[in-house]
Design a protein around this ligand. Structure first.
Ligand code: 1DF
Ligand code: MN
Length: 355
């Protein structure tokens, strides 16, 4: 099955949480991994992929650095027409501030070059260094105005700091002003959180990622980020890191916590937690090709806020495209899921009619 050999399909499949790494970033990572005080989560994440002789790790490393033939071949084999690509986790967020601020534009320029080589196949997200919020805001502006990118990727916490801290809010200010959604992608847990997960081998994408990124999203809500930036849009992968399933309890317990004045950090909000989830978030199904969970998420969010993603190369599973295509879904909802929502959110030009 190839993307180009399926002319009858009335939509493109746009995968929206796909990853790459410039080879230069791996050099920086090698230096960080060589340090005696390397962050434990980073060691367990990129230390594994960069050093393990396993087939999975080697395959992923080959795919991550490629923005040409191998990637396009895999896209064709899986029937993915377009990838929306972000700098793989943790991106520049594990680097010291100066290195991070200097490298984010390098990564963005490389991705913009690849977009120019494959204009109807690859779409880039803007990587930023939250370590310097003002520089991050300027890089968002450069990404939109000079590189033609219309979304931002942030790999969750930055060395244990969360975007709920107002010092980071210049990033939200720029994102709202430039109408760029922020993909809040998982990162390895901070050292203060990870130990009990590592013990059980549950720190990674299997569970820890979702716990930590879900926490991050909730911290944005309870800190009042969306009362301050009501148009800001956050994208969550992995079926919203399970937050739709939590919505009822979040609403009940948030109200109870506010009323009893239990925590200074939990103050009244203009809307219910579930309202922010539905109005300030979009969700992708990355890593979750499971009909009942997708249906529930579409019911909760509305079909216009749920998008397709594969999570290439970490979950390169072409058979999942077929599973998703075989779900019982109204044709216009299927088209929204695979194409329309992504075209709108990431401002992707419609496909040119083939001649
Ligand atoms: C993994 C999964 C790694 C995802 C990722 O980036 C990643 C993994 C380093 O399985 O180790 O993006 N993911 O989103 O599920
Ligand atoms: Mn991912």
């Amino acid at each position: 099955m190839s993307a180009t050999s399926l002319p009858q399909r009335p939509y493109r499949r746009i995968a929206t949480e796909e990853a790459f790494s410039p080879p230069q970033m791996l050099e920086i990572y090698r230096r960080i991994l060589d340090k005696p005080d390397v962050d434990v989560g980073f060691k367990h994440l990129m230390g594994f992929y960069m050093q393990s002789p396993s087939e999975r790790a080697q395959h992923i490393m080959r795919c991550l650095v490629d923005l040409d033939d191998l990637r396009l071949q895999h896209m064709d084999e899986a029937g993915v027409d377009v990838q929306v690509i972000g700098l793989t986790s943790p991106g520049v967020q594990i680097m010291d501030k100066d290195t991070a601020v200097a490298f984010a534009p390098v990564a963005n320029d490389l991705l913009a070059d690849a977009m120019r080589r494959h204009p109807d196949r690859l779409v880039g997200m803007i990587a930023v260094a939250p370590q310097d919020p003002q520089a991050a805001a300027r890089e968002i502006e450069r990404g939109v105005q000079q590189l033609g990118m219309h979304s931002v990727v942030i790999n969750s916490h930055t060395q244990g700091e969360y975007l709920s801290d107002p010092k980071f809010w210049p990033i939200f200010e720029a994102a709202q002003a430039l109408d760029t959604p922020i993909y809040l992608h998982p990162n390895a847990m901070p050292a203060s959180m990870i130990q009990h997960f590592i013990e059980a081998g549950l720190d990674g994408a299997i569970y820890g990622f979702g716990v930590e990124t879900g926490l991050h999203a909730l911290r944005l809500i309870t800190a009042g980020v969306f009362d301050r930036f009501p148009k800001l849009q956050i994208i969550l992968g992995h079926m919203g890191e399970a937050l739709p399933f939590w919505a009822y309890r979040l609403d009940y317990m948030h109200a109870a916590t506010v009323k009893s004045q239990r925590y200074p950090s939990v103050q009244p909000l203009q809307r219910k937690p579930s309202d922010y989830l539905r109005e300030n978030f979009h969700i992708t199904n990355s890593g979750v090709a499971w009909g009942p969970a997708l249906k529930f998420t579409q019911d909760f969010m509305g079909p216009d806020r749920v998008l397709y993603a594969m999570d290439y190369p970490y979950q390169y599973a072409p058979q999942e495209v077929e599973i998703l295509e075989n779900l019982d879904m109204a044709p216009q909802v299927r088209k929204a899921f695979f194409q329309d929502n992504a075209e709108r959110l990431f401002k992707i030009a419609p496909a040119k009619p083939s001649i």
